[in-house]
Write a protein that binds this ligand. Structure first.
Ligand code: CUA
Length: 332
């Protein structure tokens, strides 16, 4: 390949990184926590850019000015220049102070306790999905965390099995989810929207498939969501496919792992009481539609390696799966 083509390819690949969209960028903060991290990053970035510029300029000047030329004697080395030695010791120390002061201030700001009226949510990492428990509201959901706009939220993060890490980049920093230990993070979301996040600590075969979404609702929107979640599941109308699906659910292995309020008490897998109200299934991997639900029920490990939801033995019949899908979709 001629050299100019290699250059073109390199530049094209480099520029391709500028396209977006960037659903998991930390550079568009959407909470108070995200904003202080962003300000710290931007401040340190400019200090680093200044250091880079000074060092590279000196380097280039030195390379040009003292490069070897025919017949020119070697430049005279300098030894023991006290002023220069003091200067290059003090300058980095001063720069480090300018970096350290805002860093320490930000650490304290983001590690502080949430105000007493904060909405408290327990976040539990599982291989490979997220459980969200709203203790005060008495409701449990999975993979899609709803929070109200402008109100302080405190997440108490732990794990049911191995170490995971909760990370919703526009809203706050990463926090490890460690079994037997609780880590906290507090933030106040400042824009309505749906924000992507994911597990940020390698936790096994489907680590990359352990996604999550944070839905920031308006105050009234959050109230409506909570009311719907608190209500029991809708009972399917008599004679419908969904009603048959409920019967299939009740006599299959599903009940061993999943809770549907008033139907089954399983606690190993995600709570399905209002699974139909969620936008995604399988921890944010797929849209929540009939086709994906059907292939998920038929063979979850094929879609998510290592999934604890194994293929049923004997496998469910296609019409049973269709009935189950209709039932789950009805659980709004
Ligand atoms: Cu959970 Cu990575």
């Amino acid at each position: 390949m001629p050299r100019y083509r290699l250059w073109l390819l390199t530049v094209a690949l480099w520029v391709a990184g500028c396209g977006g969209p960037f659903p998991q960028t930390t550079l568009e903060p959407r909470s108070d926590f995200g904003s202080v991290i962003d300000q710290l990053f931007t401040g340190i970035f400019w200090w680093a850019a200044g250091v880079f510029l000074v060092v590279e300029t000196l380097l280039v000047i030195t390379l040009i000015r003292f490069r070897h030329r025919e017949g020119r004697p070697a430049p005279k080395p300098t030894h023991g220049h006290t002023l220069m030695e003091i200067a290059w010791t003090l300058a980095p120390a001063a720069i480090l102070v300018f970096v350290a002061v805002p860093t320490v201030r930000t650490i304290f700001a983001t590690a502080g306790e949430a105000p007493a009226d904060a909405l408290k949510v327990d976040v539990i990492g599982h291989q490979w999905w997220w459980e969200f428990r709203y203790r005060e509201l008495g409701l449990v959901t999975a993979n899609e965390l709803h929070v109200p706009l402008g109100r302080a939220v405190q997440l108490s993060i732990t794990s049911a099995d191995v170490i995971h890490a909760f990370w919703a980049p526009p809203l706050g920093g990463k926090r490890d989810a460690i079994p037997g230990h609780v880590n906290r993070i507090a933030f106040r979301a400042d824009r309505v929207g749906v924000y992507d996040g994911q597990c940020a600590e390698f936790c096994g075969a489907s680590h990359a498939n352990m996604r999550l979404r944070v839905v920031v609702d308006s105050d009234s929107g959050f109230g409506r969501w909570a009311t719907v979640q608190l209500a029991g599941p809708a009972a399917p109308a008599a004679g419908t496919l969904a009603e048959r699906g409920k019967a299939v659910f009740a006599r299959s292995a599903c009940i061993g792992c999943h809770t549907i309020q008033g139907v089954s008490p399983g606690v190993i897998g995600p709570n399905l009481t209002h699974v139909g109200s969620r936008a995604t299934i399988a921890s944010g991997l797929f849209p929540n539609d009939s086709a994906h639900l059907a292939s998920w029920i038929a063979d979850a490990p094929a879609l998510k390696p290592g999934s604890l939801m194994t293929r049923m033995k004997p496998p469910l019949k296609d019409d049973d799966i269709a009935a189950l899908v209709a039932y789950l979709a009805s659980l709004k």
